[in-house]
Write a protein that binds this ligand. Sequence first.
Ligand code: GDP
Ligand code: IMO
Ligand code: MG
Length: 436
Amino acid sequence: MIIVIIGSQWGDEGKGKVVDLLADRFDIVSRYQGGHNAGHSVYVGDQAFVLRLLPSGIIHEGSTCVLGNGMVIDPIAFFEEVDQMTDKGISITPERLKVSSRAHLIMPYHRALDHTSEERLGNEKIGTTLRGIGPTYEDKAGRRGIRVADALVPEVLKQRIERNLEEANRVIVLYGREPLRSDEIFEEISALAERLRPFVCETSHFFAQAKKENKKILLEGAQATLLDVDHGTYPFVTSSNPTAGGASVGAGIPPHHITGVLGIVRTYMTRVGEGPFPSEMLDAEEDTANLIRERGNEFGSVTKRPRRCGWFDAVATRYAAELNGFDSVALTKIDVLDALDEIKVCVGYKIDGERVDTFPAVSQDLRQIEPVYETLEGWKSDTVGITNIDDLPTKAREYVDFLSKSIGVEIGLISTGPERDQTIILKDSVMEGWFN
Ligand code: GDP
Ligand code: IMO
Ligand code: MG
């Protein structure tokens, strides 16, 4: 059984919590795209973890974790995270952590280029995490990237760094920054590559073997559908394919081996960084946004930036459901809405007075959208930690049903708090079938 977990909005829907919850039912947990732009928070008892590069399954001793070929890996950040996790008592060995030989490496000049690119864009900047993600994927598509396997051959690594840095330094100097030195980069990266060597693996072959042995595999998406470079709110997107199709390419698993797709949907929307956000709470709704931000702890787990908050957008989430083929949805953070008198849901868009029910491609159109709202009554009572659907207030159940109908997918799980056990699993759902 192979299940893919997908963020349905602009990220931070609670993928980490859900993956952690499900990980002990799986043998293998793998990331397939992105890098340490991700921040997946997991709470276990009084311990807090923020996973950036490592799959959230790493906390479970029984899980083997994989960093797939579609990822971009900063070796400095990788070992920082490995060391942090080791300090927290998590055992990380090559037996339980595999890194694809085909994943691309984020080099120090990619980080510098992420800065210069944002500087150049000025007011039109993307608001990236400045981790070097975009420039690394640019080099990958430009066929000059450095893969994990390349870094293990010193002559190849040295030559690639020298060649790429010549070009990168031209831009870096143009923006008034100090040029980087290829000998220093080579020394640092080659030492880290040696440390990485025992973890390196032909991961698609590893998955093929696992499939033969009937192992259960969970593919953990990072970022989310509306940040997908093909399907998201381009150009305000990341540079990878977090959507379900990306899982096959980015893990190296045949598409027809994938059993199902679970969408992670938050009961409201957030966005970090720039870009269109039709149902954003602005001006008159700033107080509601602040309340949600505080209750939901909506601050970036990587950059600590306050997340922009908005009402649930059924048009955007239905688009995500269609595109990824969600078989079931995990609905997170219902407890954050407990205090609201009224809850709005964006059920349609108007552009120039014309109703549109599909998600527009052009970000200019998205900025001009006038959202069409339906308003539901709030439940005004505490749902934190509820584990049984029958204990959910009637109005909260009505809200859940409304969202499920508006996106056309069943809700298989409702999350009522950040902790593992603050969860309702819906009986007889597709999802329950996968996880029994
Ligand atoms: P991810 O990137 O999708 O893994 O999400 P993040 O971890 O960046 O952000 C989600 C935040 O919400 C984290 O702080 C989680 O601990 C927290 N969280 C997840 N589910 C719930 C929930 O049901 N209720 C509340 N209150 N917090 C939640
Ligand atoms: P998780 O996995 C939220 C956003 C950045 C920026 C855009 C491009 O925790 O949900 P990048 O550095 O990727 O080139 O930035 O994408 N972004 C995220 N927003 N959650 C994330 O990951 C994100 N990863 C990238 O804020 O707008
Ligand atoms: Mg996050």
